[in-house]
Ligand binder design. Structure first.
Ligand SMILES: [Zn+2]
Length: 123
């Protein structure tokens, strides 16, 4: 297993990283959108990364001294914090993939909402 939550397999460095995660959690809470169901500390032995993960396989990691969501784009494999890969929360894609695959209905929303205002309520 490359990813473990067994603290016995954590080295001193990884325990320190886990401590930082827990400190940030206690002081600032979990990042927006990170579900606490099944949350656990995980250590990827291949990458050396220590992070929080949960039943939905979301990942939260330290970005400097802040606990932040860490995203993985299933389309192209890009991973990083939201600002690094321009994460789109609605499509669950990185910015580049969203440019290619997201619906192009964002531009002319105004005309639609204006029409809705003219729907007659009382007959
Ligand atoms: Zn992508």
């Amino acid at each position: 297993m490359e990813v473990t939550s067994n603290l016995e397999e954590f080295g001193f460095r990884e325990i320190k990283m886990a401590k930082d995660l827990l400190n940030a959690w206690v002081e600032e809470g979990l990042p927006d959108g990170f579900y606490s169901v099944g949350v656990k500390i995980a250590f990827n032995k291949r990458s050396g990364l220590v992070f929080l993960t949960n039943e939905d396989h979301q990942v939260a990691m330290m970005d400097g001294d802040k606990l932040e969501m860490f995203y993985y784009c299933h389309q192209c494999g890009a991973e990083g914090f939201s600002y690094e890969i321009d994460w789109d929360r609605e499509s669950y894609l990185c910015g580049e993939c969203c440019d290619d695959h997201c619906d192009e209905d964002s531009g002319d929303e105004d005309s639609g909402s204006i029409i809705k205002k003219f729907i007659v309520k009382d007959f």
